[in-house]
Ligand binder design. Structure first.
Ligand code: HEC
Length: 159
């Protein structure tokens, strides 16, 4: 079955990842560590996974209307500004049910798993943008998706 195949592929991927991590320290320390690592670390720690995921999902589903980085577009308001006054429940209500004034329509996403399975990430990202906690652009360095998050996402997406 589809779900089993996908599940075992994820499990295999995770196993490979874990092995890669656990094998590395057991080997003799290389004379020169990979050059990129210290530079990346010095540039700043990775953002929490939810922020990075929210960045990706926002730009996959919302930015065509709401503009890059939550800054607003021709068709729809700047959500980084909206979240300065709008609370979590109001945000969720609009995403689930949509909203329309005379000229413009915010689609309803309540039945779209590509949005709803990641809506807390999208909220977290936009809230961080709203608070000025993350700058414009793709957050770097890229964090690693935690295993429990991967599991929850797969369960939500029904894979
Ligand atoms: C097809 C264009 C379009 C897309 C795609 C879209 N929106 Fe909207 N959205 C709008 C429009 C237009 C409004 C303003 C509606 C109004 O004021 O009646 C809006 C309003 C909103 C509001 C209320 C903002 C405020 O200040 O009142 C929120 C929250 C929101 N959208 C979230 C999202 C999220 C999250 C996504 C992605 C999952 C998304 N939207 C995708 C067009 C879009």
């Amino acid at each position: 079955m589809m779900s089993l195949r996908n599940g075992s592929r994820v499990a295999l991927g995770l196993a490979a990842l874990t092995m890669g991590i656990s094998i590395a320290p057991a080997q003799s320390t290389p004379a020169t560590p990979p050059a990129a690592t210290p530079a990346v670390a010095a540039a700043g720690a990775a953002v929490p996974w939810a922020v990075f995921s929210g960045y990706k999902r926002y730009h996959g589903n919302c930015s065509t209307c709401h503009g890059p980085d939550g800054l607003g577009g021709t068709f729809a308001p700047a959500l980084a500004t909206s979240l300065k006054t709008m609370d979590h429940d109001q945000f969720l209500e609009i995403v689930v049910n949509g909203k329309a004034n005379a000229q413009l329509a915010m689609p309803e996403f309540g039945a779209d798993p590509n949005v709803m399975c990641y809506i807390e990430d999208i909220y977290t990202y936009l809230k961080a943008r709203s608070d000025g906690a993350v700058p414009r652009g793709r957050p770097a360095p890229q964090p690693t998706r935690p295993a429990d998050v991967a599991e929850a996402e797969n369960a939500c997406m029904g894979s």
